[in-house]
Design a protein around this ligand. Structure first.
Ligand code: ASP
Length: 325
């Protein structure tokens, strides 16, 4: 039987980590080939090619690295891959997923996965996650869905998924919307049709800087006041509640929003920012009047990715189109 082609890339993360010596902490050393060897069943599903594109903890991935991984993934599709799987660290998975999703204009699925337990740990989840991710990448029902994150038997949409637990096996969730699907006895089941997608062209620049500041009780305005002086081109605020800040922050945001795009998201971890509910100084209605954009359901970190990509393509004027409440 002519099996479909599947391309896998390893970038590092816990899934690729083990300790060099007993008692030492785990570090990324396990290649893509070694990961693949833990999942012999894959050979019955696809003709698999695997590359180790990096061995980094995911905190040290950069947008530039992601752009080169993206071009590798697109090349795999041009060469006939039915789908592409990337293994990486889970700490920044929610950001890399949405980064790729904004730029992934192929019908073929791009699936990200990782592990919460390192390669040699008892009950390591890496092999099971990798096998599930490959099944999702090969499924016809995954086509035209953009980028999916597969962890612990669940399939999460890139724009919804968040890491919501630091160490638990069930570390990923999609607040409000829930997972887009799951795997049942190895079969891929989606619970909703593909969402409408809005892709962006590749950024022409990569030097733009977007700051992310979190509102907190009784916080001073020192950092905020120096954002322009420090050379930032855009700002995301993780605001209180439905997207709120203090009166003193609101005053500085008004000045900043005249010069650079400012997005206000919610720091709560779930739900949308408001648009037309509160009217006090520092509320969403006040901030919109002052020129800020509300992030809607986009979490602060994903909003920062979006703004970086828009600035990189000089499309910041299109920001409102990409923020839905
Ligand atoms: N704890 C992380 C992981 O799950 C480390 C990283 O993000 O690279 O992979």
């Amino acid at each position: 039987m002519d099996l479909p082609k599947l391309a896998i890339a390893a970038l590092g993360g816990t899934v690729s980590m083990q300790a060099r010596n007993a008692g030492e902490g785990v570090i990324p050393t396990v290649s893509g080939e070694t990961l693949l060897a833990c999942v012999p069943e894959l050979a019955t599903l696809a003709r698999v090619s695997v590359e180790t594109l990096g061995l980094l903890p995911s905190a040290s991935l950069s947008f530039e690295v992601l752009l080169s991984v993206l071009s590798w993934a697109k090349y795999q599709v041009e060469q006939g891959a039915r789908g592409v799987v990337i293994t990486q660290g889970t700490d920044t998975l929610e950001e890399t997923a949405v980064f790729f999703d904004y730029l992934w204009d192929c019908d073929e699925p791009l699936v990200l996965t990782g592990a919460m337990r390192s390669a040699k740990q008892a009950g390591a989840d890496g092999p099971a996650n990798l096998l599930d991710a490959c099944r999702v990448a090969l499924a016809d029902s995954s086509r035209q869905r953009g980028v999916q994150v597969v962890m612990n038997g669940q399939i999460h949409q890139a724009d919804c998924v968040r890491k919501t637990d630091s160490l638990a096996l069930q570390a990923f969730s999609s607040p409000v919307f829930g997972p887009a699907g799951l795997l049942v006895e190895g079969v891929v089941r989606y619970s909703r049709p593909p969402a409408e997608r809005r892709c962006l062209p590749l950024p022409q620049h990569t030097t733009q800087k977007v700051a992310l500041l979190e509102a907190s009780l009784s916080a001073d305005t020192l950092l905020l006041e120096n954002i322009l002086k420090l050379g930032y081109d855009g700002l995301v605020i993780a605001g209180f509640g439905a997207g709120h800040v203090s009166a003193s922050w609101a005053e500085v945001i008004e000045q900043l929003a005249e010069k650079i795009p400012v997005i206000v998201a919610t720091r709560t971890g779930s739900g949308s920012t408001a648009q037309a509910t509160y009217g006090f100084i520092g509320s969403e209605m006040d901030l919109v009047r002052k020129g800020a954009h509300m992030a809607g359901f986009l979490c602060p970190r994903k909003a920062r990715v979006l703004l970086w990509l828009l600035l990189g393509g000089e499309r910041q004027h299109e920001l409102a189109r990409y923020l839905t409440t």
